[in-house]
Design a protein around this ligand. Structure first.
Ligand SMILES: Cc1cc2nc3c(=O)[nH]c(=O)nc-3n(C[C@H](O)[C@H](O)[C@H](O)COP(=O)(O)OP(=O)(O)OC[C@H]3O[C@@H](n4cnc5c(N)ncnc54)[C@H](O)[C@@H]3O)c2cc1C
Length: 424
């Protein structure tokens, strides 16, 4: 059924409720703007469990045998993320005409940002850190988005900041949130975006195509989804320079006698050097089990408390593209494969030196897709596309010359866009 709601009732339509979209929606709603959030996923509260996590996780293939993960739910991929909060690359954005410094200061005041106290590091993370330091690697505490007041008994999933909170704050301030609404394209009239077309899922085979109209359209559907929506809205040049996908894998060992509990994975690690990065991969139990089962390590899945892990990744060169049918493709270049070989040796050395036995390397995955949409090429400094009133605010716009865990940067970018769309 094709239904037209031809009333221009929203000041802004935000597509997706991850950190990019939820932040824009929250900021605009607080300014009394009429905001519609269209979210592809459901609205179940974020829980850490097999069923809860499995039902929202989705893998997007980006090349032969390599995929990136995302989550469909209110709050987007932060429902399953680790809460590592690399600081925004202010200089890189400034060189693109975007000053995020004020937004960063505001975010610092609002968010539970800091390094974890020593007592929250589990025995596995400490073992890996000591081994890395002994071998001469830099291994530092990372900034995290963790509410320490919720960590009285140690690790807690609820303590991690999640974009769902911002989405719900937007709703509390008056925004309309529609779940199970998959946006198909922006509606463009004379080079101006006027609304979106979306599919609302009622049952497995029961859906309805709807239209919504608004003054500003903000695509925040995530790094792999927004480029497809843009292309289906008529933009021809998305992914014309290829993309990066940060290929990475884990190296794991078993330490007999080790008895470790849950900890915040990724809260310590090395620094990216010459395009190579190493970090802590000591997951909380549920995620560890899912990860091991995903790698067909059925017995090891039950050895969480004895397992130690290091994640090893590289910054790959731009390449590949987006096929007509909406599938991404990429072949890693020789230089990337050489870097992966080098970082694997380093990771194995850290695990061996920590006393790890039965070492295994996981399948390759893509930590983050980017470079598909580029500021100054596809977007101006207000994150606006070639169509006026159509903006993009999500991980797809993180420039290729920076490598950060993007959540904190996206929160700053969401605030920045809201400031430029409608100032206070
Ligand atoms: C296991 C894991 C661990 C991670 N750990 C960290 C970490 O520690 N620190 C960090 O900074 N980053 C981490 N990340 C990455 C981080 O979660 C993402 O980079 C971030 O959430 C991206 O935000 P976004 O707003 O671009 O997209 P998303 O968070 O993916 O949100 C996009 C939203 O849009 C919705 N959507 C998609 N398509 C449509 C459509 N067509 N119509 C309507 N809605 C749509 C989705 O359902 C989703 O809710 C991790 C990722 C994974 C998978």
């Amino acid at each position: 059924m094709d239904k037209q709601d031809n009333n221009k009732e929203f000041d802004a339509i935000v597509v997706g409720s991850g950190p990019g979209g939820a932040t824009v929606a929250r900021e605009l709603s607080k300014r009394k703007k009429r905001v519609l959030i269209l979210e592809r996923g459901g609205d179940a509260p974020s829980k850490e469990g097999f069923l809860a996590t499995g039902s929202i996780l989705n893998a997007v293939p980006v090349g032969n045998d390599i995929a990136t993960a995302r989550a469909f739910t209110t709050g987007g991929t932060t429902a399953v993320y680790f809460a590592v909060a690399d600081l925004p690359p202010l200089e890189a954005f400034l060189s693109l005409g975007i000053d995020l410094s004020g937004e960063f200061e505001e975010a610092k005041r609002e968010l539970p940002l800091g390094v974890l106290p020593d007592e929250l590091f589990g025995a596995q993370a400490i073992r890996v850190r000591d081994s890395a330091l002994e071998l001469g690697y830099v291994w530092k505490k990372k900034m995290m988005l963790v509410d320490l007041s919720k960590c009285a008994s140690g690790y807690s999933h609820e303590a991690k900041w999640n974009a769902r909170r911002y989405a719900l704050e937007a709703v509390a301030a008056g925004a309309t949130l529609i779940n199970r609404a998959k946006v198909l394209k922006a509606l463009v009239d004379k080079k101006q975006a006027v609304g979106v077309e979306y599919k609302i899922q009622r049952g497995k085979k029961d859906f309805e195509i709807r239209r919504a109209f608004g003054a500003k359209i903000i695509l925040s559907a995530g790094a792999t989804a927004s480029p497809i929506i843009l292309r289906d809205s008529g933009m021809k040049n998305v992914a014309n320079s290829g993309f990066y996908c940060l290929p990475n894998f884990g190296v794991f060992g078993v330490v007999s006698g080790l008895k470790a509990g849950e900890s915040f994975v990724g809260s310590m690690g090395g620094e990216l050097q010459d395009g190579i990065g190493l970090g802590d991969a000591n997951f909380a139990r549920t995620f560890y089990r899912m990860y091991m089962l995903g790698n067909r390590k059925f017995i090891r899945a039950f050895f969480h408390s004895k397992s130690i892990g290091v994640v090893a990744g590289v910054k790959d060169e731009l390449g590949g593209g987006l096929r007509e049918d909406g599938r991404y493709y990429k072949q890693l270049k020789k230089a990337d494969l050489m870097k992966l070989g080098k970082v694997e040796k380093m990771a194995r050395q850290i695990i061996q030196n920590a006393g790890g036995k039965h070492i295994f390397k996981s399948a390759l995955s893509a930590a983050q897709v980017g470079g598909v949409i580029r500021i100054k090429e596809h977007l101006d400094e207000k994150l606006q596309t070639e169509y006026s009133n159509l903006h993009v605010c999500d991980a797809s716009v993180i420039p290729e010359d920076v490598e950060v865990s993007p959540t904190l940067t996206l929160i700053c970018l969401g605030k920045y866009l809201a400031n430029h769309l409608y100032s206070h």
